[in-house]
Design a protein around this ligand. Structure first.
Ligand code: NAD
Length: 495
């Protein structure tokens, strides 16, 4: 049960100026520049935040470099790093509701989901990787008797992490957990519209005993401080979650600078495929609605294309419309809300443009398609279902990253696979069927980083998350995430 009294006490609580965390201290920008943080709940300023320039990013990177080179973190016994990170996870968990409310005010995710997916998930992630710290072994190579071949797993050095606004703590922790557990130091840049909770957990890291300079947070615009990070010769590995356009830019800048390794977790246009033999249409309707509309569709793995076998298309859409219209949309701090605010006015306007284009092409807007609750000043959109979408439409090809579902009928398994695989993306997919054989065939044939069967969107830390095609490279979560943050280093010793 959520503590509603506490939530209301925090709803308008004043927030001290939000500063960079560099080398263990909270600092303003060198030139003192700030920006207003606008809350998507009411469109009003909720805080003032430091706005960094390249020089501030360079300060953060230099602090991380120094902290890496002197071994204050990588040189600790792994069990000691583990102890500090576990303490950090505990501090995050102890303040979870306060952190979640701060995050909701900042980015608009509904509180029930935010609490679980943000501080609680970040704490669990940090704990998972902390526990692994003293369980990573090197190898002895199968050489001849006259040599000893050793394979060490060595930290990569300074990690730059650039994260988006939809789940800043969850996604941030997917990078921080393994990067720090492996002994690296980190400079993290949050999204302009969702920075506050990441600053909060950086302060808690210091309180837990993470040494100064090991985890730095730099605030500001992507094209300024993010750009400085991607061009820096002092960042060894850059990990990014966000849009494909920025991902391309990071690769270009890596090529122009020090060939830093760049790992990208990008967008999706994930197909959710319902066959007529789905074991429960009720369940498929309920989960499909949540799979696109939770967090107002601002979920990288959102099931944004619904492919329905033609024989059940009409009935399924009718039921889905009913389920969608029953969802409570609005104030994300109300625990009954199923879909909160859109993160920014820019994003809301972009969502509405997709709908206007579909309407102009004669597609069916079965529900939603409009801005709602405008009188609050906040950025809210009615969950939107569009039918009659052609696989070639922009709505079937491009990521909206909003509460807009494109519905497409299909007649055969073959056609479903062709439509599903017919975009540039390959992040997630789902199949609803009672046939075990078909389920396994589809898992093999769908080009996606994760395929759900008879559910949508579930997973936990034990399974990797990453995309194929233009949805990215590399994986977050699971022990495979360490591959990005540990180098293989060989020794050849003549005996
Ligand atoms: P975005 O690419 O606009 O921004 C992401 C981050 O990059 C932000 O911190 C931003 O400030 C920074 N940035 C912007 N320009 C930059 C530049 N030139 N150099 C360096 N950094 C720069 O994306 P967004 O709007 O914040 O997030 C939405 C996107 O993220 C969607 O495409 C979504 O699918 C994707 N996403 C993917 C996953 C995943 O795991 N695959 C998860 C969540 C979101």
């Amino acid at each position: 049960m959520l503590d509603v009294t506490r939530i209301e006490a925090l709803r308008h609580a004043p927030i001290a100026p939000v500063l960079h965390v560099i080398d263990g201290t909270s600092r303003p920008s060198r030139d003192g520049a700030t920006s207003e943080v606008i809350s998507p709940l009411d469109g009003r300023a909720m805080a003032v935040m430091a706005r960094g320039k390249a020089v501030d990013a360079e300060d953060a990177i230099a602090a991380a470099r120094h902290a890496f080179e002197d071994g204050r973190w990588s040189g600790l016994p792994p069990a000691e790093r583990k102890r500090i990170m576990l303490r950090w996870a505990g501090l995050i968990e102890a303040q979870a509701l306060d952190i979640a409310v701060l995050g909701v005010r900042n980015n608009g995710t509904e509180i029930g989901m935010a609490l679980k997916a943000e501080p609680m998930s970040a704490a669990a992630t940090i704990r998972y990787y902390a526990e692994a710290t003293d369980k990573i072994y090197g190898e002895i190579a199968p050489t001849g008797d006259d040599v000893l071949g050793l394979v060490h797993r060595a930290p990569v050095g300074v990690v730059g992490a650039i994260v988006p606004w939809n789940f800043p703590l969850m996604i941030g922790a997917w990078k921080l957990g393994p990067a720090l557990a492996a002994g690296n130091t980190v400079v993290l840049k949050p999204a302009e519209t969702a920075s506050l909770t990441l600053v909060r957990i950086a302060e808690l890291a210091l309180e837990a005993g993470v040494p100064a300079g090991v985890f730095n947070v730099i605030l500001g615009e992507g094209k300024v401080v993010g750009e400085a990070m991607s061009l820096s010769p002092e960042i060894d590995v850059l990990v990014f979650t966000g849009s494909g356009g920025v991902g391309r830019r990071l690769l270009e800048n890596a090529a122009k600078s020090n060939l830093k390794r760049v790992y990208l977790e990008l967008g999706g246009k994930s197909p959710n495929i319902v066959f007529a033999d789905a074991p429960s249409l009720d369940e498929a309707v309920k989960v499909s609605a949540a799979g696109i509309f939770r967090n107002s569709g601002q979920v990288c793995v959102a099931g944004s294309r619904l492919l329905v076998e033609r024989s059940i298309h009409e009935e399924f859409v009718a039921r889905l419309v009913r389920a969608t219209e029953a969802m409570k949309v609005g104030d994300p701090l109300d625990p009954a809300t199923a879909a909160g605010a859109v993160n920014s006015l820019t994003q809301l306007e972009q969502n509405l443009r997709f709908v206007a284009e579909a309407r102009a092409m004669g597609r069916g807007i079965m529900t939603g398609g409009i801005r709602i609750l405008e009188e609050t000043g906040g950025y809210y959109m009615a969950p939107t279902i569009v039918t009659g979408v052609d696989p070639a439409d922009r709505l079937a090809q491009a990521e909206v990253f909003g509460p807009v579902l494109a519905v497409l009928p299909f007649d055969s398994e073959e056609e479903a696979v062709a439509i599903a695989n017919g975009t540039d993306y390959g992040l997630a997919a789902a199949v609803w069927t009672a046939s075990l054989s078909r389920a396994h065939r589809m898992v093999r044939r769908l080009r996606a980083g994760i395929v759900h069967v008879n559910t949508y969107g579930g997973s936990d830390l034990t399974v990797p998350l990453g995309g194929v095609k233009q949805s990215g490279n590399g994986h977050d979560k699971s022990l495979h995430a360490f591959d990005k943050y540990l180098d293989l280093k060989s020794a050849w010793i003549k005996l």
